[in-house]
Design a protein. Structure first.
Ligand code: FAD
Length: 613
């Protein structure tokens, strides 16, 4: 607390409803000062996205999220979605109107290709907007979020006719999208899926089966819903090698997009669940519904990975987003709530007590969240930039390197940002004491909403296995080598700089630990795969710490330069240096524990027979 700072508002709790302020300046700092987005001006869409335009887009999106979506977050939680006897579903009050405004604003197609009605803006910009949307209203954000996944998948795998028919409607928000993988008997192991596809003489298929837990499966926001469905064509091999991907629209469209008859797909029920009540989680019944194959027969899972990877990054952003909004509210509360005295003596002797922000333990919680949020946002934007390079660069080598990065980072971002994002919502709830457990201040909703992000789009255990079992060795370890080369190159370049030592040295140690962990797997997991399985979650978190530590070093570099320039950002930049030191001293050392657990191997984890549980 600065001497002479204005007195805090009131000892009585004024913080009864959660609030949200979109971190526009933070995003702009990362884009312009840390990642020098102007260096990407050779990519289509980037030169047009000048800093002024980006600032304006972010400010506009932020305002929409603050003014329209934030007030609806609690409404959605309390009302939930309602299914009617005819299978239709009504979203919570206000969602329809907000969706209309969102569509009119052109937000869904902001980064979609111009040829299909999008605006072609850099994805890095819309990824930042995605954070704002999730922070203000995660349940709402999932409706357009799933449309984005469908757009990416149809763009990558659809035929020319499918693209022409579906993409303009999806980018305009007139139609929305879903992904239908999960069935009652299988979620993780899609090789077990039973939904059938029977070929028809006209080239279409009849789809029959039951999908469960389908987000946004039925609702009243868009005029049509485009379901992307995994099914097995009659006679196809069992297991994952016999799965194909189909487009199954709710209303059958004519070639010009005019809506036709209702397809034989319906919502059988909606789930009662822990959080995200404003998003309809549906059981979807396919009763001989007409569907069209997308991509090659039996290669559906590979095609669906486009949607899953898109969605996994989006889910990682959900973890960050809820951590951010929870932090903002906890920080405000810590300055308003008075309890006890500062350990070193009263800071507000004229008041009956000091605000709880004076207490080191409350600071510990706030700093832990803050140190995560700033670096996690950098990691998301860095990776989104790579996504833009992977999709837009004219240079094949650049595209490949960026694609490698995306593949490696996707499970890390999904797993680490949602595990830690959830943990952070609990920390922020703790700052509120008993009031955190009460519905009114909204903290318990953040905890409930954040929890699902660790589960769907592949549980975090599966993300860790994907990282260790697939991504490390993919293409002879090319992506991993590139990551190590970049981090080590940075450390070498800065190790002689005394001012950077408090940041670069701990990062160097964590990188060395990650290298040791990788080596340990190479030596001990081939002979005993359980050694990889039991260490995978720790490896993913160790990787995440290194990636976040590297982000902090880049942020510190940029913040020092900006602080030295002596403008009105100096105070904000100086705060970044303190937050970076906290990360290096109090968060990053967990890397040593992760390494120790990995090296312990699987023996004690696997020793007990199943009957002993
Ligand atoms: C609110 C909500 C929304 C959802 N939205 C969608 C959606 O839009 N579309 C869709 O298709 N699905 C959706 N899902 C489903 C979700 O993706 C699955 O629930 C998830 O993938 C896990 O599958 P499962 O529930 O069958 O768990 P299981 O596969 O039964 O897994 C149970 C546990 O075992 C672990 N496990 C399983 N296999 C392995 C293994 N080989 N190695 C190590 N551990 C393993 C898992 O990590 C998990 O902890 C949603 C679910 C919910 C709750």
């Amino acid at each position: 607390m600065r001497p002479g700072a204005p007195p805090f508002r009131c000892a009585v709790m004024s913080h009864v409803m959660p609030t949200y302020k979109a971190p526009v300046d933070e995003v702009m700092f990362l884009l312009t000062d840390v990642f020098h987005v102007e260096r990407y001006n050779n990519l289509p869409g980037f030169a047009e996205a000048t800093p002024d335009l980006m600032q304006a887009v972010l400010a506009e999106a932020g305002k929409f999220c603050e003014d329209v979506l934030t007030p609806l977050n609690r409404v959605g939680d309390k009302e939930g979605c309602r299914r009617h006897a005819d299978g239709s579903v009504t979203t919570p009050s206000g969602f329809k109107d907000a969706y209309k405004k969102f569509v009119v604003g052109g937000w869904i197609g902001a980064s979609a290709p111009i040829e299909f009605g999008g605006q072609g803006l850099p994805t890095v910009l819309t990824q930042a907007v995605r954070e704002f949307l999730c922070s203000s209203n995660m349940a709402f954000s999932m409706y357009p979020g799933l449309a984005l996944g469908a757009i990416a998948t149809i763009f990558a795998h659809g035929s020319a006719e499918q693209k022409a028919l579906y993409l303009p409607k999806l980018t305009a928000g007139q139609w929305s999208g879903t992904m239908n993988l999960t069935e009652p008997q299988c979620g993780t192991d899609l090789g077990l899926l039973r939904t059938r596809a029977v070929p028809q003489p006209d080239g279409s298929y009849k789809i029959t089966g039951t999908k469960i837990f389908i987000s946004a499966g039925e609702h009243d926001l868009a005029e049509n819903i485009v379901h992307l469905v995994l099914a097995r064509i009659d006679g196809a091999p069992q297991g994952t090698k016999g799965i194909s991907l189909f487009i199954v629209p709710k209303f059958l469209p004519a070639a010009n997009g005019a809506l036709g008859a209702r397809n034989a797909v319906s919502c059988g029920s909606i789930e009662e669940k822990m959080g995200i009540h404003g998003n309809a989680t549906c059981v979807m019944n396919y009763d001989g519904a007409s569907g069209w194959l997308m991509g090659e027969q039996n290669r559906g899972l590979q095609a669906m990975f486009t949607m899953m990877n898109e969605a996994r990054l989006g889910v990682g952003v959900q973890g960050l987003a809820l951590s951010e909004v929870a932090y903002q509210n906890a920080a405000a509360y810590a300055k308003e709530r008075f309890a006890g005295r500062a350990l070193g003596g009263a800071k507000f002797p004229d008041k009956p007590a000091d605000p709880i922000i004076v207490h080191p333990d409350v600071r510990r919680m706030l700093m832990t969240i803050r140190a995560f949020n700033e670096a996690a946002r950098a990691l998301v934007l860095w990776t989104a930039l790579k996504g833009d390079v992977a999709r837009r660069s004219g240079d094949a080598r650049e595209r490949q390197a960026a694609d490698d990065h995306m593949g490696l980072m996707t499970p890390v971002i999904k797993g680490v940002l949602t595990d830690q994002g959830f943990a952070n919502t609990v920390l922020a709830q703790q700052v509120f004491g008993g009031h955190g457990y009460i519905a009114e201040p909204g903290m318990e909703q953040f905890v409930r909403d954040a929890r699902i992000a660790m589960i769907y789009e592949g549980t975090n255990g599966i993300q860790a296995l994907d990282l260790v079992g697939r991504k490390l060795s993919k293409d002879g370890g090319r992506a991993l080598r590139a990551f190590f080369a970049e981090a080590s190159g940075y450390i070498k370049e800065h190790e002689a700089d005394a001012a950077m030592a408090p940041f670069v040295r701990p990062l160097g140690q964590a990188v060395a630990e990650l290298e040791q962990a990788t080596m340990w797997f190479t030596q001990h997991a081939l002979g005993n795969p359980d050694n990889a399985g039991s260490g995978a979650a720790d490896y993913m978190h160790l990787f995440g710490l290194v990636a976040l530590g590297y982000m902090w070093c880049l942020i510190v570099d940029a913040a020092k330069a900006k602080a030295a320039a002596g403008n009105d950002a100096t105070e904000r930049m100086t705060a970044k240096l303190a937050t970076a030191r906290f990360f290096m001293e109090r968060v990053l050392p967990a890397s040593t524990t992760h390494l120790a657990r990995i090296k312990a191997g699987a023996a004690s984890t696997m020793e007990l027979p199943a009957e002993a549980f």
